[in-house]
Design a binder for this molecule. Structure first.
Ligand code: COA
Length: 381
């Protein structure tokens, strides 16, 4: 039966997505060469202390390990040279004045403009902007409000941070505004400049992250373009864990290099994360599918969080009941690395156009907190 516009009011859909990819790429080879230069320099200048057993010698990183352990081959970054400079090993750019668009807002706006264009949506008809990302570049004013201003959107905006699950938590928040009748069009923008919170001098994690920005336009089905994705259901979950943590904040302003403690940057117990998060997320997907009366084995595609190829292999196997092909569970991790909350949205953005009307799929995130979010969608057109 055809739905009338009134029937469709209050039903959230994804009208379009947008993606901004930074032009600079760091390959594993470049990354490891720079890291190993740093190791060599560190070990040479601490040779006596190392020989006396007072300082531990650093071990070199390896391209083979990175690819085998994670599936990552390269990453995009906002600033390549300073990251690869063994004396800096961190992104750097000119500090911008308060009257200039800030860097996070700039890339968020680029992704948002693409989503708006793809949906044929005039910014004046958008009601709210949520900036949902792992890190905000400042405390306030909210990044979302700056993005809202730059796009010429009326209404309201605010920032939200649920680490790698920020985008799916943002989608559910936007969907709830639509379900409640508080908004008809909400932009969920995820500018992830993860290079700023990665410790590029930490062998265990220096290869993990990349920079990117995504945008998801969540709208009321009544105003959505003819081609869109019905949101069949959303589910969020959090369970406290210290296994992924970053202690940076305005209550502890010591420079990460200055006090010798690396805890003001990303730290994790990668093995534990792997072991604990895989079963939690797989079960969450299966339970939510059951609640929505969807056969998980019949899902046409899984757009999973992009942290580790092995994790995604295990989760998709548990959900689909067989080893997933790249068509069933596409990877963007190889070229983007882990882009925090943006990962599953990049996968959706790049690998959803070929699905047929009526196909069901799942956008799923997981990460620090722990946090996990599922968004089941069906193609309409
Ligand atoms: N180069 C070479 N060897 C390395 C290395 C590097 N860059 N980093 C670690 N190693 C070594 C370790 O020292 C260790 O050696 P040992 O066995 O002699 O002690 C060995 O490789 C295995 O290290 P481990 O840390 O146990 O690797 P892993 O197989 O667990 O892979 C991750 C590491 C981080 C890729 C993996 O655990 C992971 O992806 N976990 C989930 C992360 C995640 O989802 N995080 C969420 C972030 S939002």
């Amino acid at each position: 039966m055809e739905l009338t516009a009134q029937d469709r009011t209050g039903r959230p859909v994804i009208s379009a997505t947008g993606l901004f990819t930074p032009e600079h790429v760091i390959t594993n080879e470049e990354l490891v060469a720079s890291y190993n230069d740093y190791v060599e320099g560190h070990n040479a200048s601490n040779a006596n202390a190392i020989a006396a057993g007072e300082v531990e010698a650093l071990q070199p990183s390896s391209v083979e390990f990175i690819e085998k352990a994670s599936g990552i081959k390269a990453r995009h970054v906002m600033a390549k040279e300073p990251i690869l400079d063994p004396d800096i090993m961190s992104p750097r750019w000119e500090e911008r004045g308060n009257d200039e668009l800030s860097i996070m807002a700039e890339i968020g706006v680029k992704a948002a403009r693409q989503a708006l264009e793809r949906a044929g949506r005039d910014p004046k008809d958008v009601d709210a902007v949520l900036c949902a990302a792992s890190n905000m570049q400042r405390a306030y004013p909210a990044m979302a409000i700056e993005i809202q201003q730059e796009l010429g959107i009326e209404g309201f905006g605010f920032d939200m941070n649920v680490a790698c699950s920020s985008a799916t938590f943002g989608i559910q928040t936007a969907a709830d505004y639509i379900r409640a009748g508080n908004a008809k069009s909400v932009l969920v923008v995820s500018p992830e400049i993860t290079s700023g919170h990665l410790n590029w001098r930490d062998r265990d994690s220096h290869f993990i992250f990349g920079d990117v920005a995504t945008a998801v336009l969540v709208e009321d089905a009544a105003i959505a373009p003819p081609e869109h994705w019905d949101i069949l259901g959303t589910k969020l979950k959090t369970v406290f864990s210290n296994n992924i943590r970053n202690n940076f904040g305005f209550l502890n302003r010591a420079h990460p290099d200055g006090d010798g403690k690396p805890d003001k940057l990303f730290v994790q117990e990668g093995r534990k994360v792997f072991k604990e998060v895989v079963p939690m997320v797989a079960q969450m997907i299966i339970d939510e599918a059951e609640r929505l009366e969807i056969d998980p084995k019949g899902l046409r595609r899984l757009w999973l969080h992009q942290a580790n190829a092995g994790m995604n292999r295990l989760i998709s196997h548990k959900v689909l009941g067989h080893e997933a092909s790249n068509d069933e569970s596409p990877t963007v991790l190889d070229t983007y690395a882990n882009t925090s909350s943006a990962g599953s949205i990049i996968a959706f953005h790049k690998h959803s156009e070929d699905l047929a009307v009526g196909d069901d799929g799942l956008i799923c995130s997981f990460g620090a907190g722990y946090s996990a979010g599922t968004v089941f969608v069906r193609k309409v057109g």
